[in-house]
Design a protein around this ligand. Structure first.
Ligand code: ATP
Ligand code: MG
Length: 576
């Protein structure tokens, strides 16, 4: 493609709302175009890279036995009511009505649709296993769309669904998808880590996220260098502090602790370590109609952080149906006092207690009395939990749940996730097959997503410098950019044209910068756009010499036109 003819508009100014490199660079290169918050379109270069990622995904999905189909983004509410997710998915589900008042949503994911297809089409065990996938536009009315393609409201996803006869079949399908994901993200040039993950609103029992490592990522992962443990901090199990079985329980004692509302303040005031206290977090929950239906008090050791994912899993409610309680209202209903809430004497609320509190002795807790705390609070004697479960976040330096070594934290971008769904959807929606004995059996499912457009952003996030993007060959919009210093110079124009034509004949994707711009402008644009190979045609053209440079390297070399072509073709074939 000749740049003089290309629809390309790069920006010199960094748009205000863009905070992270990938968002800034995708806008500056003119690859994406914002329509409204969280909704982006793709311009020629951007769309080429999207399609490259899609192609890689298609090749690996097909190689793993997947069959591509394409479903509508519009989905009828009835299917979501069958699975129970019309409520469970919450306000992220983009709902709409047709002219007759019938309810629909724009699909954020397609478990219901694929389950519906398979329950209609699959009758016999002979038709299983089956793996269907699509690459399709998804809609999620995200509370905080941000970072451009990272968290948008409309985005492209590859979603695959596996259907097996039994758990062993699912294990195999899951492993095949896991391995395919490994290949896909490697081919996209990402540095990533598969980590154990929570199953969230999708449901199911076992899941891994593929996380592209990046400081700007919204996923936090905990990993261990002594063993192979790696999990999102939402999911990571924690090791409880050892039970203090031989410590004697002391008598309860209320102490005056004026103005000490935080754990830090109360521990400081009493001269204790924060780990000798416990803290309360108060919530209200909502029913399907959005009406308040109860209070929850969650307790963790004072120095721990409450893990919201573990809390909603323990309560078995969707994340959107719980929020922090209005302390005054809750005080009236349950007898607590904001800032001084403890478990003793609390009533009319669900008490959820972190598992390690059971074995710890003589803790300080709020006294449910303004400006008072209670010393020597003990589980069993003084209070009990309706639910006792691991409720805490695995912090950096905490003991690894597998081997005990101190864990590390890292941030990353979740580019894909694989789930073992088991029979969650086949059960709720009635997807059966007949086994060898003609008996009905539930189909066992898995689902596997990749954020195509988020992957594009993740690639830019990992591959850029202060001058622009540095595309890996595999997903670059073009392989080579030929920069002509003086397009009016006949020799330069001719040499550039020869390189352009020869490279394309050899299968390369080439941009020819034949614009009547100053060389400085062209070099800046070439760096910004990040095309992997730059061939500059200038004064040396008369002697058949051009300049050859990789975007990722600082140095450039002068070589003959023929060598430049051969070198480029070899590099492209090795790296694409
Ligand atoms: P997140 O935790 O980031 O909200 P999710 O767990 O809800 O994501 P999945 O339901 O697993 O996402 O969707 C599959 C993939 O789709 C994700 O791994 C991610 O790459 C991509 N994805 C999800 N939400 C968005 C979004 N709002 N914008 C862009 N890509 C997204
Ligand atoms: Mg996910």
């Amino acid at each position: 493609m000749k740049l003089s003819k290309m629809h390309l508009k790069t920006l010199r100014e960094v748009p205000n709302e863009a905070e992270i490199p990938s968002h800034i660079l995708l806008l500056r290169t003119g690859m994406i175009r914002k329509l409204v918050s969280g909704v982006y379109g793709f311009m020629p270069l951007g769309w080429r890279s999207v399609r490259k990622i899609e192609d890689i995904i298609r090749q690996e999905m097909d190689a793993a036995g997947g069959q591509e189909i394409h479903m509508s983004a519009v989905q009828p509410a009835e299917l979501w009511e069958e699975s129970g997710r019309w409520f469970a998915y919450g306000p992220e589900l983009w709902r709409l009505k047709d002219r007759n008042g019938r309810e629909f949503c724009l699909g954020p994911t397609h478990e219901e649709i694929f389950t519906d297809i398979v329950r209609n089409d699959v009758a016999s065990h002979r038709q299983l296993p089956l793996n269907l996938y699509q690459i399709q536009t998804k809609y999620r009315d995200e509370a905080r769309p941000r970072f451009g393609l990272m968290r948008s409201r409309e985005f492209i996803m590859k979603d695959a669904y596996s259907f097996d006869k039994d758990e062993a079949g699912l294990d195999q399908s899951y492993q095949e998808m896991y391995d395919a994901y490994d290949k896909i993200f490697t081919r996209c040039g990402l540095t990533f880590r598969p980590v154990e993950a929570d199953s969230g609103a999708i449901g199911g029992s076992n899941s891994h996220e593929f996380t592209a490592l990046s400081e700007v990522g919204e996923s936090e992962i905990a990993y261990c260098e002594s063993c192979s443990m790696a999990a999102t901090t939402e999911r990571a199990e924690c090791v409880d502090a050892p039970a203090q079985n031989d410590v004697e329980m002391l008598a309860l004692e209320d102490v005056h602790t004026p103005g000490t509302k935080t754990i830090e303040e109360v521990a400081g005031f009493l001269g204790l370590d924060e780990s000798q206290t416990m803290k309360a977090l108060l919530f209200v929950t909502y029913d399907e109609e959005g009406k308040e239906n109860g209070y929850v008090a969650a307790f963790v050791r004072g120095d721990r952080e409450l893990n919201m994912t573990k809390l909603v899993n323990a309560l078995d409610i969707p994340e959107h149906s719980i929020e922090f309680a209005d302390e005054e209202k809750m005080a009236e209903a349950c007898g607590c006092v904001g800032g001084f809430t403890g478990p003793v004497g609390l009533h009319d609320c669900k008490i959820v207690v972190d598992s390690e509190l059971v074995g710890l002795k003589n803790l300080v807790a709020g006294a449910n009395k303004e400006n008072y705390h209670t010393k020597n609070v003990n589980y069993g004697r003084d209070y009990e939990g309706d639910i006792v479960v691991d409720l805490k976040v695995l912090q950096e330096g905490d003991a690894c749940p597998v081997c005990g070594a101190p864990v590390k934290h890292a941030r990353g971008i979740e580019v894909g996730q694989v789930f073992k769904l088991g029979t969650k959807y086949s059960d709720s929606m009635g997807a059966y097959y007949k086994d060898e004995n003609m008996k009905d059996q539930l189909i066992v499912m898995g689902c596997y997503g990749i954020g195509v457009t988020r992957t594009l952003a993740a690639v830019v996030e990992q591959h850029h410098d202060e001058n622009g993007i540095i595309w890996p060959m595999s997903v670059a919009p073009y392989h080579v950019i030929i920069t002509v210093m003086k397009p009016d110079d006949e020799v330069q124009a001719e040499v550039a044209d020869k390189i352009y034509t020869d490279l394309m004949k050899a299968g390369a994707e080439v941009m020819l910068d034949d614009r009547k711009e100053r060389p400085g402008v062209k070099f800046k644009d070439a760096d910004l756009l990040g095309i992997p190979i730059r061939i500059t045609v200038g004064r040396g053209a008369a002697d058949g010499i051009v300049e050859y440079k990789m975007r990722r390297d600082a140095d450039k070399i002068e070589i003959s036109v023929e060598d430049a072509i051969t070198k480029a073709v070899t590099t492209i074939n090795e790296e694409k």
